[in-house]
Design a protein around this ligand. Structure first.
Ligand code: SAH
Length: 260
C-alpha cells in the first residue's frame, strides 16, 4: 500500500477526496489539525502522478505493513445513486431496494470504482438517457462500471474501450464475471465505426473531451447523445463550445455531466 499525504485548507478537502478517488485510491482519510489546516491521505495500490496536487505539498509516506485495504473497506458503504441505481461494495451482499438496479463497486487499480462523484453523476445522467436496445460506447471504461450500468438499463450493444491496457483487462474480467456481453478493447474512439452509436459515455477530462469532440460526433448516430463527464464548472464553457452543446449539466460535488 502506498500512502500519499496532502496538506490543504479545510474547504479544499472535498475536492481532494474526489480527485484521489478518481485516481484510484482504495481508501482516504482526512483530518483537521489544530493549526487550522487539514491533512488528506490517499491509500493506493500503486504510485500515481502527483503533479495535479502540486499546490498541496504532496509526499509519499514510508511504506508500512498495515492492511490498509481492510481499513479502506471498512469505510465503504452502500449508496443509492439517482433514481435507478444502488451501489454496493463487492464484499457486501445487501440486496437493492425495490425498483433499483444493483451495481457493484470495487476498489482496485482501474479508475471508476463507483465511489467518486464524477462516476455517480454519469450514472444519474445515464438513467435518463439510455434506452432499452441502445448501442452504447463506454469511452475510457476504467473498471467497466458504466458498461455494467448501461447493460442494466437495457442497452443491447456495448463497446467499452480504454487506452490503458491494464484498465481494459480489469474491465473485461469484471464484465465477463457479471455476464455483460460487452466488446472490450484497448484503444479509443478512432476505432469505432461512424454513425454506429446511440449513446457515448465519456467520463474523461476537459482537455481530452475537447480533443475528441470531432471523433465523438463522427461515431454518434443521428439522434444519438453523448454524455460528457470528468470535468468541473471552470471547464464547462470550453466543453460546451467544442460540442456546440448548450444543455444544462448535472452536478455532484463539483463534478459535471453534460448530455449533448
Ligand atoms: N468510465 C469510468 C472510468 C473513468 S476514468 C467511470 O466513469 O468511472 C477515465 C478513463 O479514461 C481512464 O481509465 C483512462 O485510462 C481513460 N482514457 C483517458 N483518455 C482516453 C482516451 N483518449 N481514449 C480512451 N480512454 C481514455
Amino acid at each position: 500500500m502506498h500512502v500519499l499525504e496532502l496538506d490543504c485548507a479545510p474547504h479544499q478537502c472535498d475536492f481532494l477526496i474526489a480527485e484521489l478517488y478518481e485516481r484510484g485510491a482504495v481508501g482516504i482519510l482526512s483530518e483537521d489539525s489544530p493549526d487550522g489546516r487539514s491533512t488528506v491521505r490517499g491509500y493506493f495500490n500503486f504510485h500515481v502522478e502527483t503533479d495535479a496536487f502540486a499546490g498541496y505539498h504532496p509526499h509519499w509516506l514510508p511504506p508500512d505493513e498495515t492492511d490498509w485495504e481492510a481499513v479502506a473497506r471498512s469505510q465503504w458503504d452502500t449508496a443509492p445513486v439517482g433514481e435507478r441505481f444502488f451501489l454496493v461494495p463487492e464484499w457486501r451482499d445487501d440486496p437493492a431496494p425495490p425498483g433499483r438496479l444493483r451495481l457493484m463497486m470495487r476498489p482496485g487499480r482501474a479508475c471508476g470504482t463507483g465511489w467518486g462523484p464524477a462516476t455517480q453523476v454519469m450514472l444519474e445522467a445515464m438513467e435518463k438517457v439510455v434506452r432499452p436496445g441502445a448501442a452504447v460506447l463506454d469511452l475510457g471504461t476504467g473498471s467497466g462500471i458504466l458498461s455494467t450500468a448501461a447493460w442494466l438499463l437495457g442497452a443491447s450493444r456495448i463497446l467499452a474501450c480504454d487506452i490503458d491496457p491494464e484498465a481494459t483487462a480489469i474491465a473485461a474480467a469484471r464484465l465477463r464475471q457479471e455476464h455483460v456481453p460487452a466488446l472490450v478493447f484497448t484503444g479509443s474512439v478512432r476505432s469505432v465505426r461512424s454513425g454506429s452509436m446511440d449513446v457515448l459515455l465519456a467520463n474523461l477530462n476537459a482537455a481530452t473531451l475537447v480533443d475528441l469532440a470531432a471523433e465523438i460526433a463522427r461515431v454518434r448516430r443521428a439522434g444519438g447523445v453523448a454524455i460528457l463527464g470528468g470535468f468541473q464548472q471552470h471547464a464547462l464553457d470550453r466543453v460546451r463550445r467544442a460540442y456546440r452543446c448548450d444543455g444544462e449539466p448535472r452536478e455532484k460535488d463539483g463534478w459535471l455531466a453534460l448530455v449533448c
